[in-house]
Each structure stands twice: as structure tokens, then as C-alpha cells.
Design a protein. Structure first.
Length: 263
């Protein structure tokens, strides 16, 4: 299911994040944080709780294939309704409305194009509101796509604020992935979106490339930080920095300097 060594570091009861929380995952071009989403998906379905995954960067098959490698078959969970995939990626452009798959009348497919207008973003929010229930985990992969596809900074931040409020109202959890490349400082809107998203968080998982780039058995590092909304003493997770190595069917997290593969 999830990654055992990451479960140990996060120390969530039953490996499920606290309810009414917002976890933000930041990554970069040199260190992709998508692998952390599969950790949360696996643990959530294992605990018998609902997952609504909003795919703005990937199609459904991507998540199916990777989770199968990790020992999680999402198909029965999707058939039972415990796992719901909202296909936002194929509706970011108008031409997708004429494509034969996925059919427009499926409940997990937006019925209109995400065309950069505030109206379409509001319609998208209404779709998500109709899908979440008590103890649901809502995963947004990823928030950066909204900004790069024509939604302005203010509407995107407002959308995220509404999702935070929505998940608090149903005792659920929001997990948001967002790109935070070092080059982001040259893009004021992207930089502002990252800062605004972090301001809405209880826990931040920063996936980073190694500064030296010279490692044999270390693929990057994960910084676990409290977000601004985190109330001191209410989370079992301790802030720390770990190195990680991604394997074919797992990911291993360990304290910095432990691996003998570090050059």
C-alpha cells in the first residue's frame, strides 16, 4: 500500500492524515513529487475511506499502472465508488469535447471545458462538492496546471480556499500537489500561487533534488514541515528532512547521511 518508511516518519494514526487537514506537496522539474500521491491513495483505500482524485496533469491509466506496481488494484475500488477519478486533464482544451473517450456523461468527467473562465472553475468546484462525503480525501494533481492554462492567480487561490473549506466541512483531507521550481521566482504569479497554497496548509512535504546532484542510491530529499495553519502539539508528525530512493514497487526514506551510496 503506502511506503512503510514514510508512514513511520509521518506517524499518522492508522496511516491516515488527521481530518480537516490540508497537506501540500511541492516539487520541481528535477524532483517529481507525484510518487507521494500514490502513497496517500494506497493508505486511504486500505483504510476503507473514499478518495476523489482530480487529475489535471495525468490520465486515469497513469495512476492505475503505478498503483498496480505498488500492489494496489484501483479497479475494484473505482467500481465500488470508493475511488473516484475526476478527469480534468482531457477538458483543459476545447477540442477534447469532441473526443469519443471518456464519454461526457460519465459522473467523473467534467461536462464542460475548463476554459480559463471563473464560471467554468465554479462549475468544476460544484462537481467536486457533489463527489466528496464524510472522511473523503480529495487529491489535486496539480494546482499549477490551473494557472498555466489560463486561470488567473486570484481565481485559482479562491478555488483552493473553497476546497479547503469544503474538506473541513465534511471532516475530510485535501492533498494538493504544486510545482515550486527554483526558476519560479522569475514567474511572479507562479511564485505567488505557491506561497498562497502553502499559507493554506497544515503540513508541507517539500520534494527536492539533492544540492550536489551526486548520489548513487539517493534520488532526492523530502523536507517535512508544519504549515502555517498547523496548531502546535496537535500533529504526531515531527518536522525533519529525509533522503529517499524510489524503487520499482516502493520508495525508501531514511535519515540524511545513512545511505552508503551518497558520494
Amino acid at each position: 500500500m503506502g511506503y512503510d518508511t514514510l508512514d513511520a516518519a509521518l506517524a499518522f494514526p492508522s496511516n491516515v492524515p488527521p481530518s480537516q487537514s490540508h497537506i501540500v506537496i511541492t516539487d520541481s522539474l528535477k524532483a517529481n513529487g507525484n510518487f507521494l500521491l500514490h502513497h496517500f491513495i494506497g493508505n486511504q483505500v486500505k483504510a476503507g475511506q473514499r478518495v476523489v482524485l482530480v487529475g489535471l496533469a495525468q490520465i486515469l491509466n497513469h495512476y492505475f499502472l503505478i498503483n498496480r506496481k505498488l500492489g494496489v488494484n484501483l479497479l475494484p475500488f473505482k467500481q465500488s465508488g470508493q475511488f473516484v477519478f475526476v478527469d480534468g486533464a482531457t477538458h483543459l482544451n476545447a477540442y477534447s469535447l469532441d473526443t469519443p473517450f471518456p464519454p461526457l456523461n460519465t459522473p467523473t468527467t467534467p461536462s464542460a471545458t475548463l476554459d480559463g473562465s471563473q464560471q467554468s472553475l465554479q462549475q468544476f468546484y460544484e462537481i467536486l462538492r457533489g463527489l466528496v462525503a464524510s472522511d473523503t480525501m480529495l487529491i489535486l494533481d496539480d494546482a499549477s496546471v490551473l494557472l498555466s492554462n489560463g486561470f488567473g492567480l486570484q481565481p485559482t487561490v479562491l478555488f483552493l480556499q473553497k476546497l479547503v473549506g469544503l474538506m473541513q466541512s465534511v471532516n475530510g483531507t485535501l492533498v494538493t500537489l504544486i510545482h515550486a521550481d527554483e526558476e519560479g521566482i522569475d514567474d511572479p504569479e507562479q511564485d505567488a500561487l505557491v506561497k498562497s497554497t502553502i499559507q493554506l496548509s497544515d503540513l508541507v512535504l517539500q520534494v527536492q533534488a539533492l544540492g550536489s546532484g551526486l548520489a548513487r542510491d539517493v534520488h532526492g530529499q523530502l523536507c517535512i514541515l508544519y504549515g502555517p495553519k498547523n496548531l502546535a502539539g496537535t500533529w504526531p508528525t515531527q518536522p525533519q528532512t529525509l533522503h529517499y530512493k524510489i524503487l520499482d514497487n516502493n520508495a525508501h526514506f531514511f535519515p540524511k547521511g545513512i545511505s552508503q551510496g551518497v558520494l
